[in-house]
Every structure is written in structure tokens, then in C-alpha cells.
Design a protein around this ligand. Structure first.
Ligand code: ZN
Ligand code: ZN
Length: 269
């Protein structure tokens, strides 16, 4: 069974349920390997400007680490990984490196949720902005930032790599050249691509990334991992059959797993 490497916890302020419940659901769904990957503190903002509804505080990070470590000891029947989902903010590379250093993370998932000007484009309350901006420019800014994130060397896995389609706003033109360029940069940077099923619940109605994009990743030799982006226990391993089909359809024969930020490939079932 494909590991599910992308779970949130109540600490981020917008997820529900106890961590133990996530594990119960994983067992019920037959998952053997899973990973918590909660939102990293909003390290690029001064403490007073952070939104407790979007990410854990810096004070909570070591508690999160301890909690996942404890769950691992208490649940030896599951392989539990300690991950984190970290926003890429240009110019803040060192701040993020410092924040993550010293924690025994198994992997770091890199995300772009904000464009250069701070617009949190995947937040439903900011959705109106899509109708005020040029879609070609929005997509260009998104992919450019995602490429820089991959090249930063901070991340093992690039999350939901076409999240910009979340609300279903798509430019008229063909996106192949963005997909191709980004897949090639992922390969050069040595990062994995994440197949994230949360896109199926969003207005986009499609797994992240689009199949054409994933096929290009496979062609360039970018390894794949999967995540449900669960924000509540019932979303654990959600659309897992679809995720596996998507990955196979793109031509993959194996998926990546992580321990202590080292990658190992395992064959798909
Ligand atoms: Zn995300
Ligand atoms: Zn997430």
C-alpha cells in the first residue's frame, strides 16, 4: 500500500481530530506507512503577525516533534514518519534552515501557498483575487516560485505542484512548457513530486499534479510520493485507489519512502 505522507494535526489551527484517530483510520484502510507533515510555523512573519489558524507557533514545533516520536513508540505496528510541510518564502532560506535544524525529521515537504506579494492564493477567503488578476501572470508567478523552491535545496518533496488550479481558474493557453520546465528543474534539484489527492475535493476536481505534468516528471526521472493532505482523520488515505492509478498511468513502477531525510525506492503493488 502506497504510504500517505501528508497529514496535518490540530496544532496548525485548521485541522481536526486526535492524532491517534488518524492512526486508527490508517489501520482501518490498510496503510502500513504514514507520515505527519503539519504546517511549519509562519517563520517569515514577526510573531505578532502570524495567523494561529494557518500554522503552529514556533513554541509548538518541538512539542509536535515529541508527540510524533511518542506515537511512533506506542504504535510499533505502523511505520510512522516525522515530516513537516514548509512554505517557501524567497529570501528566507536561512531562516527556514535554522528553524528545521536539530529536529529529527524524516522529510520536508516544500510548498508554495503564497505568491511573491504575500497573496495566499489557496485560502478560500482570498479567492476573489483570481478574478482581479491576469491568470497567465498568476500561473507564471506560481510556477516560477515553485521552481525556485525546488532549487533551494531545503526540501525533499514538492507538495501539490499545481495547487494554483485549486479553485478551477485556469488560463486559456497550454501549460505544457511550464510543466516541462518545472519537471526538469525538479529532476535537477533531486526533489520528489507529490501526488496529492486533496485536489479531488477542491473545485479543481483533479489530483495535484495534472497527469501531463506527472508524466513529464516520470520522464525526467523525478521520484513520486503520495499524500492525502488529511486535515481530519476521515481524510486519511482518501482516494488512495485513484492516487495509485494516477501514478501508474504516468508510468511509474516505484514510489519513494523517506527516513532521516534519506530516500529509498519501493516497488508499487
Ligand atoms: Zn499545502
Ligand atoms: Zn498540507
Amino acid at each position: 500500500m502506497l504510504p500517505d505522507y501528508h497529514w496535518h494535526t490540530r496544532r496548525c489551527g485548521h485541522a481536526a481530530g486526535e492524532m491517534e484517530e488518524y492512526l486508527d483510520l490508517a489501520r482501518a484502510k490498510g496503510l502500513k506507512e504514514i507520515g505527519f507533515a503539519d504546517h511549519v510555523p509562519m517563520y517569515w512573519l514577526p510573531a505578532g503577525k502570524r495567523d494561529p489558524g494557518l500554522a503552529m507557533s514556533e513554541r509548538e514545533l518541538p512539542i509536535y516533534v515529541a508527540q510524533v516520536t511518542r506515537l511512533r513508540e506506542e504504535n510499533p505496528d505502523l511505520t510512522i514518519r516525522l515530516g513537516i510541510e514548509a512554505d517557501y518564502i524567497p529570501g528566507q532560506d536561512e531562516a527556514l534552515r535554522k528553524l528545521l535544524a536539530g529536529h529529527p525529521l524524516d522529510y520536508v515537504i516544500g510548498s508554495v501557498h503564497y505568491l511573491d506579494d504575500g497573496w495566499g492564493f489557496d485560502n478560500p477567503s482570498n479567492r476573489g483575487e483570481y478574478t482581479r488578476r491576469n491568470l497567465e501572470e498568476i500561473y507564471a508567478a506560481y510556477f516560477f516560485l515553485l521552481q525556485r523552491a525546488a532549487q533551494s535545496g531545503l526540501f525533499d518533496i514538492m507538495a501539490h505542484p499545481d495547487l494554483i488550479k485549486k479553485f478551477g481558474y485556469r488560463p486559456a493557453g497550454d501549460l505544457t512548457s511550464w510543466y516541462d520546465q518545472t519537471a526538469s528543474i525538479f529532476a535537477g534539484a533531486g526533489v520528489c513530486v507529490e501526488v496529492n489527492t486533496a485536489g479531488l475535493a477542491a473545485p479543481a476536481g483533479e489530483i495535484y499534479p495534472a497527469l501531463d505534468f506527472l508524466m513529464l516528471c516520470r520522464r525526467y526521472g523525478v521520484p513520486v510520493v503520495a499524500g492525502s493532505d488529511a486535515h481530519s482523520p476521515d481524510q486519511v488515505g482518501q482516494w488512495w485507489k485513484e492516487a495509485l492509478l494516477w501514478i501508474k498511468e504516468a508510468g511509474y513502477k516505484e514510489a519513494a519512502t523517506f527516513a532521516h531525510r534519506c530516500r529509498r525506492m519501493v516497488p508499487l503493488e
